[in-house]
Write a protein that binds this ligand. Structure first.
Ligand SMILES: C[S@@+](CC[C@H](N)C(=O)[O-])C[C@H]1O[C@@H](n2cnc3c(N)ncnc32)[C@H](O)[C@@H]1O
Length: 278
């Protein structure tokens, strides 16, 4: 299982592996409609979300994160870490009755950025049921960025040809990691990202194809963004996942990533789920 304590220097990681400005602006529009006395939560310790909620004046902010060490690292990135309370443990247990540990309140809002891949396919239905169960039954909102595989995976040969022509810098390195590890044909076999195994396969593929040193450069530095030893559950067709994902919520709307420069172009979605009492 991925140990987020081993995650690299998060400041090397760029959107869309972190919230984009446009995504944060859309969330800000929703925050204007929520009473600042209400309890709100984040899955993980996304510093952009903690700052946004604190900037809006929310006083009851919870971060659900199984890695206290990683959370503390993110507190050093946040501007107002003292405003955030950590609930430790795996989401599948920490989302069971968190109210007993903080405030006897359901959350008006839960925010999430690319958490889906951290949860095994077998536990997805339970995970989203738990999230819905923690929201205010009338008006509670879950805003979630997801990576959907609803189109053919990218070919490694095409990606090598693309990155050979690109300058090597932190942005292209981030895009290489996102496209090659999270959107390519490497996902076909097991429908999951296994970073160590993927790096071995890419090295062999690139070598066999006599690729230029630029691909070698991207490859040997990619672990600055995505370390070895990590697993994410991605690659299963979205059609097989969509229903159990949306089912716990009354309404599910999404905005697709339409930025052609984004490595998650058309694959990234920002979902806005709400609960409503009929
Ligand atoms: C939210 S995800 C992805 C990162 C996200 N894109 C961001 O910008 O914050 C990573 C975070 O979730 C936490 N995490 C991952 N799997 C978890 C699990 N099963 N239960 C609780 N926390 C988990 C990690 O410790 C880390 O803080």
């Amino acid at each position: 299982m991925s140990n987020w304590n081993d995650m690299t220097d998060w400041m090397n990681v760029l959107p869309p592996s972190r919230p984009t400005v446009v995504e944060l602006e859309r969330i800000a529009e929703k925050l204007k409609t929520i009473d600042k006395e209400k309890a709100v939560a984040i899955l993980g310790s996304t510093p952009e979300f903690c700052d946004l909620l604190a900037d809006f004046g929310f006083e009851r902010i919870v971060a659900f994160d199984k890695s206290r060490e990683y959370h503390n690292k993110m507190c050093r990135v946040m501007t107002q870490p003292d405003k955030v309370r950590l609930i430790g443990g795996d989401w599948l247990s920490s989302l069971e009755n968190p109210h007993l540990r903080v405030w006897d309140k359901k959350f008006a809002l839960i925010l999430s950025d690319l958490t889906m891949g951290n949860v095994d396919y077998r536990h997805r239905a339970e995970f989203y049921q738990l999230i819905a169960g923690n929201l205010e039954p009338d008006g509670g909102m879950f805003i979630d960025k997801v990576l959907c595989h609803d189109r053919p995976h990218l070919k490694l040969a095409d990606l090598f040809a693309k990155y050979e022509k690109l300058p090597f810098n932190l942005q292209t390195l981030n895009h290489f990691s996102s496209e090659v590890l999270f959107c390519s044909e490497l996902l076909e076999k097991n429908q999951k990202v296994e970073s160590t195994k993927f790096y071995e396969i890419i090295a062999k593929e690139a070598w066999d194809a006599g690729r230029n040193p630029k691909i070698h450069k991207f490859l040997t530095n990619c672990n600055l963004i995505t370390p070895k030893g990590f697993t994410w559950y991605y690659g299963k067709p979205w059609d097989e996942l969509k229903d159990e994902y949306e089912k716990p919520f009354s309404k599910s709307e999404f905005v697709q990533d339409t930025d052609e420069q984004s490595p998650y172009y058309l694959r990234g979605r920002q979902y806005f789920h709400t609960l409503e009492i009929e």
